[in-house]
Design a protein around this ligand. Structure first.
Ligand code: ADE
Ligand code: ZN
Length: 342
C-alpha cells in the first residue's frame, strides 16, 4: 500500500510543472558529449571511454568531485560548445517538465584557460533564448565566483562581466567551501548588489552554520544553495524561516558527496517541518546520477514523503525563484491546475 502511494507520488512529481534553481551547467556535461567535443576540439581526455569516465564518478567529498569537474570542463573551448552543453541540459530538463530554470556558470573555470568570456556567456545565453521559444522554458543566468581563488580574481571577473550584465541575472559563490568563508567575497557581492543583481551563495554544504550566517549578513544573499548544516543552529533556522530565505537542496548530490550517508537521513523533511522554504534540484546531474525528477523520486521513496510535502516542494521551486511576480503567479497557477487534476 505504502509502495503504491510512493509510485503515485513519484509520478505526480515527475509530471508536475516545476522550476530548477540550483544547476551548474558544467555539471550537466554528459560523458558522451564530453568525448564528442574533445574529439572535435582536438583535446585529449585522461579517460579512454565513456565507461571509464563514469567509473571515476565515485567521490567521498566535495573536493574529489571538483577535481574531476574542472577536468571535464576543459574540453569546452568555443561559443558553440557552450551552446551545445546548455541545449543538452535544456532538452533533458524539458523531459522532466521543468518550465523555469536558474543556471549557474563558472566563468573563471574557462577564462583561466584562455576561453573568451564572451563565448562562454554568449553560447549559454543563446541556448537559453532558444529554450524560451522552442521548449517553453524561461530562465535566469547566475555567474558564480570560485571561492578557492582570491577575491581579487572574482573582482577581475566582475569587471570582465560588465559588457554582458544584461545577460546575467545574479551572482553566486561555489567550489571548495571549507576554509573559504563567504566573508572573503564581501566587496564583489556588494558591487553585484549595487548593480541590482540577485545574490546567492553555496553555504552549509560542508561548511558550518557560521558560513550560512556570513552569506546572510556579510553578502546579503537572497537564497542559500544547499544550506543543509543550517539545521545545526536553531537561531539560524528561525532566521531563515522568518525571512523566507530559501534553500536550494540537492539530494542526490548530498548522497554522492557524502553530505548524507544514506538518503533515509536526508534532512529535507526536517527543513519543511521547520518552516523553511526548501526545494529540490539536481546540482550536477551528470556527475551525481540524475536530473531533477530523479532527485524528487529519491527523497519521496527514501523518506516516504506525503502528498502535502511533495506539493510544498513543487510550489517552493517557483516561490523561491527569481521570476518576476506575474510570471511567478502564472507558474504557481499552472502548478495548482495540474495538482487539482491528479
Ligand atoms: N560546483 C559545482 N557543484 C558544486 C557543489 N555542489 N558545491 C560547490 N561547488 C560546486
Ligand atoms: Zn551547487
Amino acid at each position: 500500500m505504502t509502495h503504491r502511494t510512493d509510485t503515485n507520488l513519484t509520478n505526480l512529481a515527475a509530471n508536475a510543472p516545476k522550476a530548477e534553481l540550483h544547476l551548474h551547467i558544467e555539471g550537466s556535461f554528459e560523458p558522451e558529449l564530453m568525448f564528442e567535443m574533445a574529439r572535435r576540439n582536438g583535446v585529449k581526455l585522461p579517460f579512454a571511454s565513456v565507461e571509464e569516465i563514469r567509473a571515476a564518478y565515485d567521490f567521498s567529498n566535495l573536493q574529489e568531485f571538483l577535481d574531476i569537474y574542472y577536468q571535464g570542463m576543459s574540453v569546452l573551448l568555443c561559443e558553440q560548445d557552450f551552446y551545445d552543453l546548455t541545449w543538452a541540459y535544456l532538452t533533458r530538463a524539458a523531459a522532466d517538465n521543468v518550465i523555469h530554470t536558474e543556471i549557474f556558470f563558472d566563468p573563471q573555470g574557462h577564462t583561466e584557460r584562455g576561453v573568451k568570456f564572451a563565448d562562454v556567456v554568449g553560447g549559454i545565453s543563446r541556448a537559453l533564448e532558444d529554450a524560451k521559444d522552442k521548449l517553453g522554458i524561461s530562465s535566469k543566468l547566475i555567474m558564480c565566483f570560485l571561492r578557492h581563488l582570491p577575491e581579487s580574481d572574482a573582482l577581475q571577473t566582475w569587471d570582465e562581466a560588465q559588457p554582458f550584465l544584461s545577460l546575467i541575472d545574479g551572482v553566486g559563490l561555489d567550489s571548495s567551501e571549507v576554509g573559504h568563508p563567504p566573508s572573503k567575497f564581501k566587496t564583489v557581492f556588494a558591487k553585484a548588489k549595487a548593480a541590482g543583481l540577485h545574490l546567492v551563495a553555496h553555504a552549509g554544504e560542508e561548511g558550518p552554520p557560521e558560513y550560512v550566517w556570513q552569506a546572510l549578513d556579510d553578502l546579503q544573499v537572497d537564497r542559500i544553495d544547499h544550506g543543509n548544516r543550517s539545521l545545526e543552529d536553531d537561531k539560524l533556522v528561525t532566521q531563515l524561516a522568518s525571512t523566507g530565505i530559501c534553500l536550494t537542496v540537492c539530494p542526490l548530490s548530498n548522497l554522492k558527496l557524502c553530505v548524507v550517508d544514506d538518503m533515509k537521513e536526508h534532512p529535507i523533511r526536517k527543513m519543511l517541518d521547520a518552516g523553511l522554504c526548501a526545494m529540490i534540484n539536481s546540482d550536477d546531474p551528470s556527475y551525481f546520477g540524475g536530473y531533477v525528477n530523479a532527485n524528487y523520486t529519491a527523497v519521496i521513496e527514501a523518506l516516504d514523503l506525503n502528498r502535502a510535502e511533495v506539493e510544498t516542494l513543487l510550489a517552493n521551486s517557483f516561490t523561491g525563484s527569481f521570476m518576476d511576480a506575474p510570471a511567478k503567479g502564472q507558474a504557481l497557477s499552472k502548478l495548482d491546475a495540474y495538482l487539482s487534476g491528479v
